[in-house]
Write a protein that binds this ligand. Structure first.
Ligand code: HEC
Ligand code: HEC
Length: 290
């Protein structure tokens, strides 16, 4: 290809001398504004290298004369946040959950912090916001299995329920009436019918009447005569519409035949005491605290 520079007749501009298949390239200069932006970018880059960390070297990188360091900045900010929190945490360490709840700024801090720790540690079982799910109780209503005062909630969180990690765990065992041969299948159907009648639902009167006798002998000691339940034994109320294991006939029969014995892990030692107090205040504030 011949590199022949020549003047273009139409525009009066020289060509670069390149030609492809008869098409020739005009040698127009770059627009001036473009050139200035280009030079300014170079100047900016050089200035940046001088001021901020830039080129890699054998031992690390050029530090820049401003001494800026994102990692150090983050550390400083984290330290500031920790110091700000420490003021609250120190006071929380000294107080009971009830006292924390009565101090407005501590209460706000505990409820906020408690919510975060609840999402991390408890929500898998108790649901976001403590709404509960089948087999895991709601913590947001006022039906309490083990009690809804500050002290009772604190104890439950510290020690858990029926676990083998903590000898102080809350404990009680509903007998397995079918598996242990205490009641027959028919008797279980009868007592289940009586349980259904306790919450005023539609039921078979004859079956329930037979069930009332078994209930009196086998169940009332824990669940009480009226089915109101007993907090000391962690026996849930049977006369309301809140069911840990489901309230339909089959679910109730299954629980009597072979109870689940729900387990909750202990948190003492696993979470700092301050966090457990914050969780107590959070749970109490979900709506059902007593
Ligand atoms: C592995 C599942 C699991 C996790 C995780 C868990 N729990 Fe529980 N929790 C349970 C079960 C199951 C029960 C009910 C046990 C029973 O009495 O049958 C329970 C009961 C409770 C109760 C008593 C409710 C009542 O009605 O008296 C409280 C309060 C509670 N949990 C709080 C918490 C908090 C706070 C956390 C997080 C630090 C947590 N739980 C983490 C399974 C769990
Ligand atoms: C030693 C005390 C005790 C006795 C006796 C007992 N229970 Fe229970 N019951 C419990 C406990 C504790 C629970 C909670 C849960 C568990 O197993 O995790 C429970 C749970 C239940 C539930 C499930 C409640 C729900 O919310 O889902 C039903 C239904 C029930 N019992 C019925 C009975 C009947 C009927 C009898 C008698 C035949 C009986 N229980 C005898 C302690 C007892």
């Amino acid at each position: 290809m011949a590199d022949k520079i020549e003047r273009d007749e139409l525009t009066g501009v020289n060509t670069t001398g390149h030609e492809w298949d008869g098409i020739k390239e005009l040698d127009n200069p770059m627009p001036r504004w473009w050139l200035w932006v280009f030079y300014a970018s170079i100047a900016f880059a050089v200035l940046w290298w001088i001021l901020y960390p830039s080129w890699p070297t054998h031992r690390g990188h050029l530090p820049g004369i401003l001494g800026s360091n994102a990692r150090v900045d983050l550390e400083v900010r984290l330290d500031q946040a920790r110091a700000a929190q420490a003021v609250f945490l120190e006071r929380i360490a000294e107080l009971t959950p009830q006292e924390i709840d009565q101090t407005p700024e501590l209460r706000a801090f505990a409820v906020h912090g408690g919510e975060r720790h609840f999402k991390d540690n408890c929500a898998t079982c108790h649901g976001l916001g403590g709404g509960g799910q089948l087999h895991y109780p709601s913590l947001a209503d006022d039906a309490w299995i083990w009690g809804g005062t500050f002290d009772e909630i604190l104890y439950t969180i510290n020690h858990g329920v029926r676990n083998e990690d903590d000898i102080n765990a809350r404990f009680s065992m509903m007998p397995a009436y079918l598996a242990d041969g205490i009641l027959s299948r028919q008797e279980i159907n009868e007592v289940a019918e009586y349980v259904i009648s306790l919450s005023g639902r539609e039921h078979d009167g004859e079956l329930a009447a037979a069930g009332a006798e078994h209930y009196e002998i086998h169940c009332a000691a824990c669940h009480m005569d009226d089915g109101g339940g007993m907090i000391e034994l962690g026996a849930p109320a049977l006369n309301d519409f809140v069911w840990l294991y489901g309230g339909d006939r089959d679910q109730i029969r299954r629980q009597i035949a072979n109870p689940r014995h729900g387990v909750m892990p202990p948190w003492q030692g696993r979470l700092p005491d301050e966090v457990i107090k914050m969780l107590t205040v959070y749970v109490h504030n979900l709506g059902g605290g007593q």
